[in-house]
Design a protein around this ligand. Structure first.
Ligand SMILES: [Zn+2]
Length: 298
């Protein structure tokens, strides 16, 4: 998988052209290994695939000509990735906070970058992570296209910390648009709004990341944490693992050893970051693990 990541990072300082971006669902052989291929597209006019290592959950971009289509083996069908997707579908669905909300493997830090009119970002949060934990610090950024477009220099700073080995960023999908209507009931709001085109909204965010040299992951968080059975099934069909939270700090929850912590990196909820930094300085947050090490508590 190392090669795959290099394929992107060596090109990451220039803007890329992404076209013909489509969701697919197949297995391919690349090198000595079998992967799920979840997207096909032209990356700077080369036919390419976004593939998933079904055991590590890492993604990579590979040239389509070097990936041989094969029938999915029983091993890949029984993989950790597939089990996580099936687990999400098998759960009883809730309007709020569906998906995987805890990590038995340790504290997992997720920071949401929903659209925001605030300039800048919660730099103090990321700097505190870099200062207080062994580098690179694993952190998941559930990001939106609307935030990126208004905060290019913040996005590039985050990418730079990732490249320099200070942060180990997993780019999570929080949709491109993050539709929200104040005062509308939750069951008709966010992705449940009538104008939502969910598949497009999800894929558009991935395209935006790839254009800017960032690698989309298989992790997804619903805007507002609002979903129903239908949208959960559609996101799962796109090959994405829905992540909720058991520790939304600004709402008063306490850090536990299996916490998936939610704070906002966009300055929309400074209270959560204040609490995070207090807990950090008290030593109440143990060394975080990557979301790739996700094991839900049952
Ligand atoms: Zn959000």
């Amino acid at each position: 998988m190392r090669y795959l990541l290099l394929f992107l990072t060596t090109l990451s300082l220039q803007a890329h052209t992404i076209s013909n971006y489509k969701a697919i669902n197949s297995c391919v052989q690349f090198g000595q290994k079998e992967y799920f291929a979840i997207r096909s597209f032209q990356f700077d006019s080369r036919n390419s695939l976004l593939v998933v290592d079904a055991n590590t959950l890492k993604t990579g971009v590979v040239p389509a000509k070097d990936a041989v289509a094969n029938n999915c083996s029983q091993e890949i069908l029984d993989s950790r990735y597939r089990k996580l997707l099936k687990y999400i579908l098998s759960k009883r669905h809730h309007l709020q906070n569906d998906g995987i909300v805890s990590n038995a493997n340790g504290v997992t830090i997720t920071t949401d970058l929903c659209p925001s009119s605030k300039s800048g970002f919660e730099e103090r949060l990321y700097l505190a992570l870099i200062k207080n934990f062994p580098n690179p610090v694993p952190v998941t950024l559930f990001i939106t296209k609307r935030w990126i477009e208004k905060h290019i220099s913040a996005f590039e700073k985050l990418q730079k910390w990732d490249r320099e080995g200070k942060l180990n960023i997993t780019w999570g999908n929080h949709t491109a648009l993050h539709i929200y209507h104040p005062k509308v009931p939750l069951n008709k709001n966010f992705v449940l709004s009538p104008e939502e085109h969910l598949e497009k909204d999800v894929l558009d965010l991935e395209i935006e990341l790839l254009k800017r040299g960032a690698l989309p992951s298989v992790f997804f968080r619903f805007p507002g944490l609002i979903s129903d059975k239908n949208v959960i099934e559609r996101v799962t069909r796109l090959g994405l693992i829905t992540i909720g939270t058991n520790t939304w700090l600004a709402k008063g929850s306490k850090v536990q050893k299996n916490s998936i912590i939610l704070v906002h990196g966009n300055k929309n909820e400074p209270k959560g970051v204040d609490i995070f930094l207090e807990e950090l300085h008290k030593g109440a947050i143990s060394t975080p693990v990557s979301i790739l090490q996700l094991i839900p508590m049952r």
